[in-house]
Ligand binder design. Sequence first.
Ligand SMILES: *Cc1c(COP(=O)(O)O)cnc(C)c1O
Length: 385
Amino acid sequence: MSTFLPFHTPDIGPEEIDSVVATLRSGWLTTGARVKEFEQEFSAVIGAQHAIAVNSCTAALHLALEAIGLQEGDEVLVPTMTFAATAEVVTYFKAKPVLIDCTPDTFNIDPDKIEAALTARTKAIIPVHFAGHPCEMDKILAIARAHNLRVIEDAAHALPARYRGKMVGTIGDSTCFSFYATKNMTTGEGGMVTTDNSEWAARMRLMSLHGLSRDAWNRYAAQGAWAYDILSPGFKYNLTDIAAALGIPQLRKCERFWKIREHYAELYREGLGDLPELILPRVAPHVQHAWHLYVIQIDAERLRIGRNEMIDLLKRHDIGCSVHFMPLHLHPYYRETWGYQPEHCPVAGRVYERILSLPLYPKMSEADVRRVVTVVRGLVEAHRR
Ligand SMILES: *Cc1c(COP(=O)(O)O)cnc(C)c1O
């Protein structure tokens, strides 16, 4: 009997534990010096002018849309192949999320399907770098420029990722990162938004803490002033120093984590690449894939079992898998409220039936990866037509 290999476990070392404990002992728990330090290191790693730490990527997306002045009745293009957060933030404004189909290879937003979805009310596009593979940003930015749209990137999977040599986080108008427990680096819960636009940065910072005048977070420190002004009705999205204390050492390990992810992705390719029943992820030559997820497709015509059975069998062999994602247009809310039908995004619908995500994270050992390969090969061989 092997022990169960979870789909994900975070990699938390003594550096993280010491850093968090030091913050707990410091007497300052909420937004303070550690958050500032985390923001500075993050903007340096990305190469962005501004980085604003918040308590989730969802909060970051919300603030980014608020900063561009999204209004009731506006429309925002969102890929259907994403997590709930990407589109729900659009509805916070009583604006309309317009769902766009994906490409069959990367599952990223299909740039060739964007223009047909534009209307006079379209204000922004939120590309999601699915699994960590950057979207075709040149095409997306060209369309955005031609139609005066803002580009807010959902980079929840894309740290560290590059597109034509440029770091994701420096490409669109604003870029939103997630430090949720399962992401490439974690603060438990947390997020970051980067931008080179000083006006938006100031607005997002303001709105992330109740719309209070600058540096109000500092009002209980010795040098802080008790007085503040409410400049706008904001939100409660600030990150705590406890979370930042976890984030700083995680960020410093980010490159090493990525190298392990890339190595394991290579082991999966070597171990499974010859099986015609499986379609493995493809990587465009001009990108650095962040390898947040390793999503394979099973070819249902060549196997006697479907995706769900495959996941059940893997579980019986003590391997945790997942599915990313059930496309948004198939969910009850989008069907009932916005009238989406399966035929609106046929590629995503087809892909959804075939995808499964294999475990891929630095806390796994090489032996774990090899065991997944052996079990997947065994199941394919036992169930091929
Ligand atoms: C995880 C995730 C989010 C949300 O991140 P939180 O930090 O949990 O708010 C947004 N978009 C995508 C694609 C994600 O996978």
